[in-house]
Design a protein around this ligand. Sequence first.
Ligand SMILES: C[S@@+](CC[C@H](N)C(=O)[O-])C[C@H]1O[C@@H](n2cnc3c(N)ncnc32)[C@H](O)[C@@H]1O
Length: 451
Amino acid sequence: MADNGNNSNSNLIKIKEQFDFGPYPYFPLEQSPQHETESLFIHNLITPYYLKYKRLPPQDNLIILDAGCGSGYGALTLALANPNARIVGIDLSEKSIELARHRLHYHGIKNYEFHVLPIEEIGCLNYQFDYINCDEVIYLSDDPQVTLQKLAQVLKPQGIMRVNFHDQYQRAEQYRGQEFFEWLGLKKNNPEDQAIHTVRLIMQQLQDEVNLKKNCWQPALGNRLDRWGQEYILMNYLFQCDKGFTPLDVSHYLECAGLELIEMVYWRKWRLTELFTDPENVPAIIGAVEAIATPWERYYLRDLIHPHERLMDFWCGYPTTPQATILREESLIYLHPQLCTDVVKTAWRSTLEQGQAFPISHFLKTPAQSCFFQAEVSLDFVTASVLWPLLEMPMRFSQIKDRWLHLYPQDWSTSNPTDAKVITIKLQEILFMLEKYLYVLIVSNSYSNPI
Ligand SMILES: C[S@@+](CC[C@H](N)C(=O)[O-])C[C@H]1O[C@@H](n2cnc3c(N)ncnc32)[C@H](O)[C@@H]1O
């Protein structure tokens, strides 16, 4: 036991030294994620909260933890995506925390605090969090089960956590590369410019056909002599305590922490059937297994034959009864807040002026991505004109329907008055389709009959 403790401490020291040397990520102070729609979408608590509860999170007194916040770029993204929230960042590395503080101050964020603190001691802050972001951290932990449990203990009952683990299968070659460099003694003096230089030299001089080089070396990054090149080599070849996990390991850790999966952050990437040329017509055994497997088992099976993602990146929370989307006359329909931007508005207006469809998925790709394809989601001209006011404010379903009938009182093909029943069904289909991608959120607080 004593040895384990010492190992743990020495590993924490190794991690701290690595990130004091090179706080991650290396983004210049002045760079801002304010126009990074995809990242804001992921960091906005509304996204996972709606997925789990089919409603919006409370707006006041939100408190968000960035656990292992590094140089603070993620914390800044969290602050911009959740402007009402207080951001608490913790990290082992003093240099990273210094930079993170400086970054949020530089960008005019007011409501934040940072602490040099290991995640394992998060309880000492006496906070309960609405949202915990633990991005690119937990795979460094000696005991991810304990780390996850510590985080779960400071999560509010309705709170949500985003966590990710390195995928053992996808990163297998990278881990062999790390072992190779460890054997050469390059991970001993952590961290060291000379070691980074030596790795670069070895990678450059290996034959192109050597697997590690062929499959895991990005010369455009690795050959750079600046901080980006340094970060690339550190985070891939000399990464201290970097470990890989299987989806079944992750499932086990979640169970031990009393948490359940909400969705993958890049949420459609784990369907087994998607790996087949015709997903609708797969061998019976595949369909049968997919139907009964848990999400993590499906991910595992997919991973065994197509380990595609470096990270198993997901949201989780305490178990609740799954909520179905219910549409009622008085349901409030929101455009996802990350779509309510000037850029989207200008493009939307311009397509309307030209009488064209609005390609909504061009402006927010993440929810429409899958392993092999990017779904194209468009609003036809009529829908785009009817939903236009959502860019400014939410509307009730009944209001949207009235607007449709007002804008299009006649059926263009028959010149008959537009049939309200037909429009109700059509609008319902459209909204459910858009809600599937979270482009719109359907919030039904009352208990009247569904449509
Ligand atoms: C790869 S960086 C990720 C930084 C940031 N989350 C991001 O994704 O941009 C990992 C960070 O986690 C910190 N870290 C690792 N283990 C930690 C622990 N047990 N407690 C607190 N911080 C930790 C490291 O110091 C480092 O800054």
